[in-house]
Write a protein that binds this ligand. Structure first.
Ligand code: BDR
Ligand code: CA
Length: 313
């Protein structure tokens, strides 16, 4: 099978960085057509810089990186420096990128790429707020049906929320954009907190990254060292949850994951529950299923895959 063509839409973020590294380390399964940066964990100038730092760390400076939307569709940007640090990539000491951003807007890249490829051959992989994707769908509705699949990190059902009591960060930052994407009618696979909180970098898993002894292995260990303090304190968990790498791992080994095809609606009205992903996990409504909502992962299999692939960079 030829590798699956993807666009990674991202707001790096340490876990975004690991997701990108996993994709770039897996050319047999994944062809990264481009990386589109969006404002999220930190403002756009930093996410678009961090995406290039990660490409350089991976030795893949040929991948085009585009800057996209600098704020959500209808709201002020909420960022997460309290989790990811001031730069968004705190932890390792990585050099400023030499690579330039590619000219043009991320949204136009998404539109042009979908139009240039056969329908059903490009998968979108959003790892941050859905602003770029929703803007592309609204600006060029003809591209929606050309999307093969959307595999995204966002939302929660059993774990409810991390940025508010009822909402996960990526969806909460731009609920109107998420609503557009979830109503798009394209096949969607969702990696909510319910599964990502099971992909924890425990001490032995962190040691395995460091033991690779490579620039990439050590940087990933230092990123997860930094990123873990927040979740350890908040949830008493054993280490950093690797949210976004669940997306790229799913593209390589979907059999590691399991979930249910259910209806998922986004709350856009209530200030109390803004950005909640209302997933009909128990099929208690007649609402039409629109997304495969993942609930479980073979965590040991996931970390074996990740460590083995990072060793290739
Ligand atoms: C999501 O929010 C960000 O902080 C992470 O990068 C991830 O995409 C988890 O809620
Ligand atoms: Ca992210």
């Amino acid at each position: 099978m030829p590798p699956r063509k993807i666009i990674i839409d991202t707001d790096p973020g340490q876990d975004d960085a690991v997701a990108i590294l996993l994709a770039l380390a897996s050319p047999q399964e994944i062809e990264v057509l481009g990386i589109t940066a969006v404002a999220g964990n930190v403002p756009l100038d930093l996410t678009s810089k961090n995406a290039r730092i990660v490409c350089e760390l991976a030795g893949h400076t040929e991948v085009p990186v585009y800057a996209g939307c600098d704020c959500p569709l209808k709201r002020a940007l909420v960022t997460a420096e309290h989790v990811h640090g001031k730069t968004g990539l705190d932890g390792p000491d990585l050099p400023d990128p030499q690579m330039q951003l590619t000219d043009g807007h991320a949204v136009d890249f998404i539109i042009d790429t979908l139009r240039a490829h056969e329908p059903g051959t490009v998968t979108l992989c959003p790892l941050g707020p859905l602003t770029n994707i929703a803007t592309a769908f609204t600006k060029a509705p003809d591209i929606v049906d050309r999307v093969q699949e959307i595999v995204l990190m966002g939302g929660a059902y059993f774990e409810v929320g991390n940025i508010t009591p009822t909402a996960e960060f990526n969806i909460h930052v731009d609920p109107e954009a998420a609503d557009i994407v979830f109503k798009s009618g394209r096949p969607i696979v969702v990696m909510p907190l319910d599964v990502t909180h099971k992909a924890l970098v425990t001490k032995p898993r962190n040691d395995a990254f460091r033991a690779l002894g490579t620039k990439v292995g050590i940087a990933v260990a230092e990123m997860t060292d930094f990123f873990e303090r927040f979740d350890k304190e908040k949830y008493g968990s054993q280490g950093a949850p690797l949210h976004d790498p669940c997306v790229t791992a799913y593209l390589i080994k979907p059999e590691l994951f399991s979930g249910r095809f259910v209806n998922v609606e986004i709350e856009t009205q209530s200030e109390l529950t803004m950005g909640m992903t209302v997933a009909d996990w128990w099929h208690v409504t007649d609402r039409k299923p629109n997304a495969t909502f993942i609930g479980d992962v073979d965590a040991d299999g996931f970390f074996t895959l990740l460590t083995e692939r990072l060793a290739r960079l």
